[in-house]
Design a protein around this ligand. Structure first.
Ligand code: EPZ
Length: 419
C-alpha cells in the first residue's frame, strides 16, 4: 500500500494549473451513455475514480479511446449490458450515476447499491423515488437495484433535501423521457450546471440548471458532442489552503474564481491576501500564521463540505478558537483523530469540531480514511515538525491528480513510497 512522506516547515510558492473536476467528469462520463453517437471529452482528470467509471462503461460495451492529447472518445452505440456490478460500484459510489441514463435510453438497468462509506451511510433513496415518480418499476434484491421502464414520463420531482448526484441522475433520466420534468430543491453545484451544459450540447433541452428549480423537456435522442470539463474547484481550494497554512503564495491558473467565493471569503478572514481574474486566483499569506475561522458546511453556493477537512487542518495551527460544523454528512470528522495524534487540540461535540489553535504540531504516522480527510492530513503535514508518513493514500489518488508532483513543484518536501 503506497504511503506519502512529508517533511513539514517549507513554504509553498509557485504556479499551478488546476485539473478538470472529478465531480463533473463522473456524471458527464455516465451521461455519455445517453448519446446515440460518439462524444469527445476534453480536460478529463487522470484519477482512479475516472478510471473506475471508464472500466464500468467498457464492461457495458462502451468503446473508450484516448487520443494523443488525452482527449477521450466514447461510443455507446453497441452497448450489450445494462449492469453495474458490485465489485466496481463498491469502489466508487458515483457508479450510481449510470442508473438514470441506462433506464431512460434502454428501458432497463441493474445497478449495485453503492453502500456506505467512511463519511456516512450515503443512501440513494432520492434517486430511486425520483425514477419511480417517472414511471420506473424498481425492486431492490440481493443488494442490487433492478429497474425497468418502457418509457419514462416527465414528472415534478421535489427533493426533500438537496442531493448533488440525485439531481444529476434525475436530470439525465429526464432528457429522454416523454414530456416535461421539473426538479425542485435541485442541487445548484457548478458540476450540475456542467452536466446540463454537456447534455444540452448533445441536443437535450434543459433550462435553469444552477437554480433550485431545473426544467427538462424530453427529446427523442441525443447526438455527437465535443465538450470540455470544468476545472476542479475542490482541488483548487485544497491547494489554496495548503499554501495558506505554510505562509506561502500561489497563482492558480485555469480555474473559475466564482466557484470558490465561499472558500475565498474564509481564506481572507484567515488573513490571506487573495486577488482573482477571469481564470486565475492569487493567494499570498505573507508568512503570517492563519487566524481561526468558523466554518459551517452547506449545499452550494454555501461553504462546501468537501473543503471541511482542509479547514480543520488550517484551524489546527491558527491563532484562536474556531468551530467547524458539518451539516451534510453524519460522519465526516475521521481526520480529527489523526490530527489529534499530531498534537491538534480538537473536541468533537455532535456535528461540531471545536478547535483551539496551537503554535506547532508534530509529525506522526497517520492513516487516510477518505478522500478529503487525506487532503486535510497532507495539509497538516506540510507544517508539522518532522516527517509525517500518511498510509492508505489510495484514497487521495481517487480525487487528486499527481498530488505529490504538484506539491513538490510548489516547494513541499514530499515523496511517495510504494509499498
Ligand atoms: C456529491 O455526493 C459529491 N460526489 C460529494 O463529493 C460531495 O461531498 C456531496 O455531493 C455533497 O456536496 C460526487 O459528486 C461524485 P448528496 P452525493 O447526494 O451526491 C443524503 C468528494 O469528496 N442523501 O448531495 O452522494 C446524503 O446521505 C465527494 O468528491 C440521502 O439521504 O451527495 C447526504 O447526507 C464526497 N438520500 C446528503 O443527502 C439520497 O438518495 C447530501 O448528499 C441521496 C443523498
Amino acid at each position: 500500500m503506497d504511503k506519502l512522506k512529508i517533511v513539514g516547515g517549507h513554504q509553498l510558492d509557485g504556479k499551478l494549473t488546476v485539473s478538470g473536476a472529478k465531480n463533473a467528469a463522473l456524471p458527464i462520463l455516465a451521461g455519455s451513455l445517453l448519446s446515440s453517437e460518439s462524444v469527445n471529452l476534453q480536460n478529463i482528470p487522470q484519477l482512479n475514480d475516472v478510471a473506475t467509471m471508464l472500466t464500468l462503461l467498457q464492461s457495458m460495451g462502451v468503446k473508450v479511446l484516448f487520443d494523443e492529447k488525452m482527449n477521450l472518445q466514447l461510443d455507446s452505440s453497441d452497448i450489450d449490458s445494462y449492469c453495474a456490478p458490485y465489485d466496481l460500484v463498491k469502489t466508487m459510489r458515483a457508479s450510481i450515476l449510470v442508473l438514470g441514463p441506462l433506464l431512460t435510453r434502454f428501458g432497463q438497468a441493474k445497478v449495485s447499491l453503492p453502500g456506505g462509506c467512511a463519511i456516512g451511510a450515503r443512501p440513494v433513496n432520492f434517486h430511486v423515488q425520483g425514477l419511480e415518480a417517472m414511471g420506473a418499476k424498481i425492486s431492490v434484491e440481493n443488494g442490487y437495484i433492478n429497474a425497468r421502464a418502457d418509457k419514462l414520463c416527465g414528472a415534478n420531482i421535489d427533493f426533500s433535501r438537496v442531493s448533488v448526484t440525485g439531481t444529476q441522475n434525475i436530470m439525465m433520466a429526464a432528457v429522454l423521457a416523454r414530456g416535461k420534468t421539473v426538479i425542485k430543491n435541485a442541487a445548484r453545484e457548478p458540476e450540475v450546471i456542467d452536466l446540463a451544459n454537456f447534455l444540452n450540447s448533445m441536443g437535450a433541452k434543459i433550462t435553469d440548471a444552477g437554480s433550485d428549480q431545473i426544467i427538462i423537456k424530453g427529446v427523442d435522442k441525443l447526438n455527437h458532442s465535443k465538450y470540455k470539463i470544468l476545472p476542479d474547484r475542490i482541488e483548487a481550494g485544497t491547494y489554496l489552503v495548503a499554501t495558506a497554512i505554510t505562509g506561502g503564495k500561489i497563482r492558480l491558473k485555469e480555474v473559475v474564481p466564482e466557484h470558490l467565493t465561499a472558500v475565498i471569503l474564509k481564506l481572507e478572514e484567515a488573513g490571506a491576501i487573495v486577488d482573482v481574474g477571469d481564470d486565475w486566483i492569487n493567494l499570498d499569506m505573507k508568512a503570517k500564521r492563519p487566524v481561526s475561522v468558523n466554518i459551517e458546511t452547506f449545499p452550494y453556493p454555501g461553504f462546501p463540505t468537501d473543503m471541511q477537512a482542509q479547514f480543520c487542518a488550517l484551524n489546527t495551527v491558527a491563532s484562536g478558537f474556531s468551530s467547524v460544523k458539518e451539516t451534510i454528512f453524519e460522519n465526516r470528522f475521521q481526520h480529527v483523530n489523526e490530527l489529534q495524534r499530531m498534537g491538534a487540540d480538537i473536541e468533537i461535540q455532535g456535528n461540531n469540531a471545536m478547535i483551539k489553535g496551537v503554535e506547532t504540531i508534530t509529525a506522526a504516522p497517520v492513516m487516510a480514511t477518505d478522500l478529503r480527510a487525506s487532503a486535510g492530513l497532507i495539509i497538516a503535514a506540510l507544517v508539522a515538525q518532522g516527517e509525517t508518513v500518511i498510509d492508505r493514500i489510495y484514497h487521495i489518488d481517487r480525487g487528486y491528480e499527481r498530488i505529490e508532483e504538484k506539491l513538490h513543484q510548489l516547494g513541499a518536501h514530499i515523496s511517495r513510497e510504494s509499498g
